[in-house]
Ligand binder design. Structure first.
Ligand code: AGP
Length: 606
């Protein structure tokens, strides 16, 4: 996710200030590098860009030199190419006549870059975005107008994009084109705005027009026209009035970032799926050839990493040792140059995981990092990096990034099935991988109200159990952590079979217990656990397969998960109700789930 703003207006005096302020309001969308471009009088484009946050780059920019009535701004969340000045947007063509800012991923950029380079285009960045201005340069040289060039571009680009383009030949015009990633227009009688999200222009106008996929908009001060890029016909769409407050607008209308990020989870997996995993062959080969595989991670990332054990131990007989990063000394003695360490970390900056990975490398291990933040410390230590493409996660409690971490591990496993010719398993998993994003969005839509009701019932509990067996234990562990860290109710996850060996002593009337009970090889035994706990007065909540009548009979509450796409990957869809229960329990107790007490988004001290 990146922050994008384009402004064209009649007033020449405050353009840069408005571009800067607009980007500030989008900074939650990504802020590792920032750039501005203004169409200056005299047919030139002035650009200021660098690594760093919006304030830092704005301070380095002489606004008095960036005079004009039309300009664009971008705050980057790196996906291809580390956060550097060269990789910061805007990107231009060879002549500097076209400046482009982009949110999304051009999935076929490597091929396009190769073709453009062979034609003599010079690239100055590692980004996927930079192919866009060079393609437009070629298309304009063929005599096309910018509008015709963008229509053509839409047939060339693969993947997802929200593009905003300025061009020296058209001083007071901005071009925008959208596919999958958001672009919203703002309009007044003398100004036109294009942004990746409403907060950017909300102080200037509440009249907004949402662009839809495969649409091109041409903006001039106070005017806009929309075309369908396939039919090339004009689309008539009137502005609608935004009623949100600026704060609500930053959260996309949601009360908290955490809820917004739970709702984003399906799209996040879709975005990840749009990119092949770089060096996947080497990654799979390293894992399959390793003497042992050690996962190293903390907190939620550790629970995600457990997926590796269930998948690679069971299908390939690999020895997988999940290790809490701060306990890495316990596994150091068995790490050698035939070991593979899989480090999982959203931030890539968790000190425990950094230290563990460094020590493992000292012992000769090959390190594969599964990370969200591009260019973070762990990515610079690792031999291979798998980016989870989840965009910035503002809520301190991990939600979408947990699912994206687990999804990345399933995708690596899928490639291992293919490499080892386990075709049937690979085919079944392929269908689940393609469809699980839709399943997640369906669950969020259907189960939010029930999660809110259950939250009201458990909000006064002193503690809770989350029980599961096999891979469902990862779901229980993550669910318990989520409840703990934002509702402050003590919650403990246990292997369901283990709960008889002591923990059951804690059960009393209405003691809440969440059971992860899909229709897999653990179902029969978990039914026994439910009955044991229910007999002692527990309030039983199950995450079960759709239409499991027997479980619906015995549980007090349940969430039904469609089995079609969750036979595999089940520790992804089964997690959604638990994230929702944690969120609504916290808000029922009057807590701010985005900023829970005592916690930091990234723990950089031991
Ligand atoms: C999860 O909700 C917590 N915020 C915390 O456990 C987190 O997962 C842990 O600190 C690891 O962070 P990382 O993924 O950035 O390494």
């Amino acid at each position: 996710m990146c922050g994008i703003i384009g402004i064209t207006q009649k007033n020449p005096d405050n353009l840069m200030e408005k571009l800067y302020q607009s980007l500030k309001r989008l900074e939650y969308r990504g802020y590792d590098s920032v750039g501005f471009a203004v169409l200056s009088q005299g047919n030139s484009i002035r650009i200021s860009k660098n690594k760093g946050k919006v304030d830092e780059v704005a301070r380095q920019t002489d606004f008095s030199l960036m005079k004009g009535t039309t300009g664009i701004g971008h705050s980057r969340w790196a996906t291809h190419g580390a956060p550097t000045k060269e990789n910061a947007h805007p990107h231009t063509d060879c002549q500097g006549n076209i400046a482009v800012i982009h949110n999304g991923i051009i999935s076929n950029f490597l091929q396009l870059r190769k073709e453009l380079s062979q034609k003599g285009h010079i690239f100055t960045s590692e980004t996927d975005t930079e192919v866009v201005p060079h393609l437009l340069e070629d298309l304009l040289k063929q005599g096309k107008t910018m509008k015709e060039a963008l229509f053509e571009l839409a047939t060339i680009l693969g993947g997802a994009y929200a593009l905003v383009v300025i061009y020296t030949n058209e001083q007071d015009t901005i071009y925008c084109m959208k596919k999958e990633n958001p672009l919203i227009l703002g309009i007044t009688k003398d100004e036109s705005y294009a942004a990746s999200d409403i907060p950017a222009f909300l102080p200037y106008t509440r009249e907004a027009v949402t662009l839809r996929d495969d649409e091109l908009a041409i903006l001039q001060p106070g005017k806009y026209v929309i075309f369908n890029v396939k039919t090339k016909e004009v689309v008539n769409r009137k502005p609608h009035r935004i009623t949100w407050t600026p704060d609500a607008a930053q959260k996309g209308g949601f009360p908290h970032f955490m809820l917004k990020e739970i709702h984003e989870s399906g799209q996040v997996l879709r975005t990840q799926l749009a990119s092949e995993i770089p060096n996947i062959e080497h990654i799979v080969q390293a894992i399959l050839e390793a003497d042992n595989i050690i996962t190293m991670a903390a907190g939620t990332a550790f629970y995600a990493s457990l997926t590796t054990q269930y998948l690679f131990q069971q299908t390939f007989g690999k020895i997988v040792i999940p290790t809490i990063a701060s306990e890495y000394e316990t596994v150091l003695p068995i790490i050698n140059d035939n070991s593979v360490v899989i480090a999982v970390s959203q931030s890539g900056e968790t000190i425990d995981t950094i230290k563990a990975v460094k020590e493992a490398k000292q012992k000769g291990a090959k390190v594969i990092a599964i990370v969200n933040v591009v260019g973070s410390t762990i990515t610079r230590i690792a031999d291979h990096v798998v980016y989870i493409q989840a965009g910035p996660e503002i809520g301190v409690a991990a939600t979408k990034t947990y699912l994206a971490q687990v999804f990345a591990i399933w995708r690596i496993y899928h490639q291992a099935l293919i490499k080892t010719n386990k075709q049937t398993l690979a085919q079944q998993l392929q269908e689940a991988i393609q469809n699980v994003p839709d399943e997640i969005e369906r669950i969020v839509r259907n189960d939010e109200a029930k999660a809110r009701d259950i939250a009201k019932k458990i909000q006064h509990a002193q503690s809770a159990f989350y029980l599961g067996r096999g891979i469902n234990l990862t779901t229980a562990l993550e669910g318990a952590l989520k409840l703990k860290e934002i509702s402050y109710i003590h919650a403990e996850a246990y292997p369901a079979g283990e709960s008889k060996h002591g923990p059951i002593a804690l059960i009393h009337q209405n003691y809440p217990i969440v059971f992860i009970a899909p229709n897999d090889n653990t179902r029969e035994k978990i039914i026994g656990n439910i009955m044991e706990m229910k007999a002692r007065g527990a309030y039983t909540i199950g995450i079960i397969e759709e239409n499991d009548q027997e479980l619906k009979q015995i549980l007090h509450q349940y969430f039904e998960i469609n089995p079609k796409y969750s036979k595999q990957l089940q520790n992804i869809p089964y997690q959604i109700p638990l994230h929702l229960i944690a969120y609504y329990t916290a808000t029922s107790k009057g807590h701010d789930p985005d900023y829970p007490r005592n916690l930091a988004k990234s723990v950089t001290v031991e």
